[in-house]
Design a protein around this ligand. Structure first.
Ligand code: 5GP
Length: 134
């Protein structure tokens, strides 16, 4: 099992506990991050372990039930749509005109390690496909 897979398995054990995550501390500015975009709904900041020249995480500032995309409900449509629009704003800001990828890892099989919904915006290089399918 890879490091990412074992991190995801550990995180899944706490997924439904309602426990705060590292992203709560980031939103509260208790942990410094490199913020690239912020508005009332979303915060976008550079991933600490970047996978490409641009690797930004877009998160809703209020997690609510959105620990994971698997918890999304009708009432989350505005937040989810807003996060996608912000992902594209970030891509434009980062000059990713040649293309980029938006990734949402979901649950242990999807290698989700932080249970606060987030979009990875990855680009700045030619990406490969498929992603991590055994
Ligand atoms: P996931 O694996 O859940 O899809 O993505 C979580 C992401 O959060 C990972 O890519 C990881 O590098 C990033 N991350 C975790 N802790 C921190 C942190 O303290 N600061 C930043 N900037 N990114 C973090």
């Amino acid at each position: 099992m890879s490091d990412e897979q074992s991190k995801a398995q550990e995180a899944a054990a706490l997924a439904d506990s309602g426990a705060p995550t590292i992203f709560d501390k980031i939103i509260a500015k208790e942990i410094p991050v490199d913020v690239v975009y912020e508005d009332d709904v979303c915060l976008a900041f550079r991933d600490i372990s970047k996978l490409a020249p641009t690797h930004v995480l877009v998160i809703p500032k209020v997690r609510g039930n959105l620990t994971s995309l698997s918890k999304a409900e009708e009432s989350d449509k505005d937040t989810l749509g807003h996060c996608l629009v912000v992902a594209n704003k970030v891509a434009k800001q980062e000059n990713l005109g040649e293309g980029y990828r938006v990734v949402v890892n979901v649950g242990p099989n999807g290698c989700q390690s932080v249970y606060h919904l987030h979009l990875h915006v990855i680009g700045g290089v030619q990406l490969t496909w498929p992603p991590g399918v055994p």
